[in-house]
Design a protein around this ligand. Structure first.
Ligand code: HEM
Length: 363
C-alpha cells in the first residue's frame, strides 16, 4: 500500500472539507441570514449521521440471522450492538433539547424558505422504520400517502429496495420459530402450562369470591376481568383462535414464534435462555426509545408551530402524535407479559428437558 509522506492527515481521513462545507443557509442565499438556521441544519445533519450508524448496526444483526446457526457468541454480539443502538437513541432523544433553544419566532425567520422540504423526506428514517419491520400496510393511510408521494423517484426506489429485504421483525420471528423449546420428547410443556394457568386463575377467582369487603358490583367487575384474562390465555393456547386474532392484526408473530418468546420469558433464569431473553428485551427497548423520540418530536413541533401545518403538508403535531402510537413494531413483545405467570406457579421442567436446551441452536 502506498503511504503518503507524513502519513494519514486528520481532516483528510474524516473528509472534513465535505462535512464542514455542507452547511448552506437558505436564508443567507436569499440575502437575509437567520442566525438559528445554522443550528437547525447541524442538528438535522447530526441526526442523519446517527441514523446511518443505527442502520449499519441493525443491518449487521439482520445479516447474522441469515447464518445457518445462530450461536451464543453471535447472540452476545447482537445484544451488544442493540445496546449501542440504545445509547445512540438516548443521544438522539436528548438532542431535541438543543434544538429547543431556538424559539418559535427565530424559527419563523427561515421556516417558509424550507417549503416543501420536510422530515417526511428523511429516507434514512424511513429505511430504519422498514428495517425494524414497519411494513407499508402497518402505517396510517395518511402516512403511506405522504411518504410515497413526497419522495423523488430515486428515493422511492431506495424505499422499494428496503422493503424487499428481510426486517428485524421477520428474522426474529424465524429464529424464534426454530428454537427447540416447543416439542420435548415425553413432556408436553404447553399442557403443563395450561394446567398452571388454570390453577392460577382458579386461585385468583377464589380470592375475589372469598373477599368479604368487596361490594357486589366491584366483585362482578373483577370476575369479568378474570374471564377476559382466561380468554386471552386460551387464544395463546389454541392455534386456530390465535390465527383468527392474527388475521385481525392483534398479533404479528406467528403462533410458534409467540410461544417460543413466552417460553424464553418464563424460563429466563436458565443460563441458556439469558441471552435470548436479553435480546428480546433489547428489541422492546429500541421500540420504546423510538416511540419516545416520536412523542418528543411531536411535542417540539407543537411548541414551534402551534396548530400550523408542517412544511410537508401534514397536520403537524397531531399527525406526529398518531404515528407515535401507530408506528410501533414489536407490539407482541410489549403484550407478552399478559401471558406470564408467577414463578411459583411455573411448571417444573424435567431434568431431560433442561438438558435438551443446548447453547447452540440450529436451523
Ligand atoms: C424546529 C424543528 C422541527 C420542526 C418544526 C419539525 C416539524 C415536522 C413536521 C410538521 C413533520 C410532519 C411532516 C410535515 O408536515 O412536514 C415532521 C416530520 C418529521 N421530522 Fe421533523 N421537525 C423538526 C425537527 C426535526 C429534526 C431535528 C429531525 C431529525 C431528523 C426531524 C425528523 C423528522 C422526521 C423523520 C419526520 C417524519 C416522521 C414520520 O413520518 O413519522 N424533525 N417534522
Amino acid at each position: 500500500m502506498n503511504k503518503k509522506p507524513g502519513g494519514l492527515y486528520y481532516g483528510e481521513y474524516l473528509q472534513l472539507d465535505k462535512v464542514l462545507g455542507a452547511q448552506q443557509l437558505e436564508s443567507e442565499k436569499r440575502g437575509a441570514p437567520a442566525h438559528d438556521e445554522m443550528l437547525f441544519i447541524i442538528v438535522h445533519q447530526a441526526y442523519e449521521i446517527w441514523f446511518k450508524q443505527i442502520l449499519y448496526e441493525i443491518g449487521s444483526i439482520i445479516e447474522m440471522f441469515n447464518d445457518h446457526v445462530v450461536d451464543d457468541r453471535q447472540m452476545g454480539r447482537m445484544v451488544a450492538r442493540l445496546e449501542r443502538v440504545h445509547k445512540i437513541q438516548r443521544l438522539l432523544n436528548s438532542q431535541i433539547d438543543v434544538l429547543e433553544t431556538m424559539t418559535p419566532l427565530d424559527f419563523l425567520e427561515f421556516r417558509d424558505l424550507l417549503i416543501p422540504a420536510s422530515g417526511f423526506q428523511s429516507v434514512q428514517f424511513k429505511e430504519l422504520e422498514i428495517a425494524l419491520g414497519l411494513k407499508r400496510d402497518m402505517r396510517l393511510p395518511v402516512d403511506r400517502e405522504f411518504i410515497y408521494s413526497r419522495l423523488s423517484e430515486a428515493d422511492r426506489g431506495k424505499m422499494q429496495v428496503a422493503e424487499s429485504k428481510p426486517s428485524l421483525l421477520e428474522v426474529t420471528e424465524k429464529w424464534l420459530e426454530r428454537l427447540p423449546f416447543l416439542d420435548f420428547e415425553g413432556f408436553d410443556f404447553w399442557d403443563a402450562y395450561e394446567k398452571s394457568v388454570a390453577l392460577m386463575l382458579s386461585k385468583d377467582r377464589k380470592i375475589i369470591e372469598d373477599n368479604p369487603t368487596l361490594p357486589e358490583v366491584v366483585r362482578e367487575h373483577q370476575l369479568n376481568e378474570l374471564e377476559a384474562t382466561r380468554t386471552r390465555f386460551s387464544a395463546i393456547l389454541d392455534e386456530k383462535k390465535f390465527e383468527e386474532l392474527r388475521s385481525n392484526g392483534e398479533f404479528r408473530f406467528s403462533h410458534s414464534a409467540m410461544l417460543a418468546a413466552i417460553f424464553i420469558n418464563l424460563y429466563r433464569d436458565q443460563p441458556m435462555l439469558q441471552l435470548p431473553h436479553r435480546y428480546l428485551t433489547c428489541l422492546v427497548e429500541v421500540d420504546e426509545l423510538f416511540t419516545t423520540w416520536r412523542s418528543r418530536h411531536a411535542m417540539m413541533v407543537h411548541r414551534m408551530l402551534g396548530a400550523k401545518i408542517g412544511t410537508g403538508g401534514s397536520s403537524g403535531h397531531d399527525y406526529l402524535n398518531r404515528t407515535a402510537q401507530k408506528n410501533r413494531v414489536f407490539l407482541d413483545l410489549f403484550n407478552l407479559p399478559t401471558f406470564l405467570i408467577p414463578r411459583s406457579d411455573l411448571p417444573t421442567l424435567p431434568e431431560n428437558v433442561i438438558d435438551s436446551m443446548r447453547f447452540r441452536f440450529g436451523v
